[in-house]
Ligand binder design. Structure first.
Ligand code: PGA
Length: 267
């Protein structure tokens, strides 16, 4: 059985004191042999403090981004090895804000963010440093309205995963995050999430093999909160959630974790 994960993407939020408080608050309520993975992704500058606070707790730490080179003249960037040294086990790759919100603009004023070729290199760099990547994929509202959802997911998976080994894909996570559901309060229906997750798993089976598709964990993300988390994790193909806004408050995040326990029949 795939081990569920509840992950909190803090984005550009929190303070140093808040980082320690939140992790201690979560740890106080989590048993050390919890049958799920709980991971938080703080901003880079809080990673050391987060790793220290999470020591001897079941909470794992991840970075929100990385640069694919090992070192050099890349002002403002952080390598996979640096994340490892800061205590990270995981790293987000290709979050929709990196794909669509952050970056320069083209002549028409559209954001030119990270593309699949860059994300492909980031996945390889994460593996080389022993980090477990969480590859984020998802369609925009215009793409969904144009019935392009499956095509977009397929092309993001093909571009990101080209040349990766099946062993690497089997141990990584994929987060399905419809762009229109992120930070909007609009959540995908369980049917929409289930359908997208099935498509992703089928594509992994086609691109790699059935065993890889069976092992890879696929998370849902987009306006997950305590009140909808159980329902969203009910389909067997939804292996957990990647949570933004609702991961910043201890009680709300604990509510999502308990939603995961009930959805997966873990007591
Ligand atoms: P949200 O963000 O939960 O605030 O919608 C999810 C994400 O961006 O990972």
């Amino acid at each position: 059985m795939r081990r569920p994960m509840v992950a909190g993407n803090w984005k550009m939020n929190m303070t140093l004191a808040g980082t320690r408080e939140l992790i201690r608050g979560l740890a106080a309520k989590l048993s050390s042999n919890a049958p799920i993975d709980v991971t938080v992704f703080p901003p880079f500058v809080y990673l050391f403090a987060a790793s220290q606070a999470a020591q001897d707790t079941p909470i794992r730490i991840g970075g929100q981004n990385l640069w694919p080179e090992t070192k050099g003249a890349f002002t403002g960037e952080v390598s996979a090895e640096m994340l490892r040294e800061a205590g990270c086990r995981y790293v987000l790759v290709g979050h929709s804000e990196r794909r669509h919100t952050i970056g320069g603009a083209d002549r028409e004023g559209r954001t030119v963010g990270e593309d699949d070729a860059l994300l492909n290199r980031k996945l390889k760099a994460a593996r080389a440093a022993g980090l477990t990547p969480v590859l984020c994929v998802g369609e925009t509202l215009a793409e969904r309205d144009a019935a392009q959802t499956q095509a977009v997911l397929t092309s993001q998976l093909e571009g990101g995963l080209r040349g990766q080994s099946s062993a690497h894909v089997a141990m990584m996570l994929i987060a399905y995050e419809p762009v229109w559901a992120i930070g909007t309060g609009r959540t995908a229906t369980v049917e929409q999430a289930d359908e997208a997750h099935r498509h992703i798993r089928a594509e992994i089976a086609r691109m790699f093999d059935a065993r890889t598709a069976e092992l890879v964990r696929i998370l849902y993300g987009g306006s997950v909160k305590a009140s909808n988390s159980k329902e969203l994790m009910t389909p067997p193909g939804v292996d957990g959630v990647l949570v933004g806004g609702a991961s910043l408050a201890v009680d709300e995040f604990l509510g999502i974790i308990s939603g995961c326990f009930s959805a997966k029949g873990l007591g």
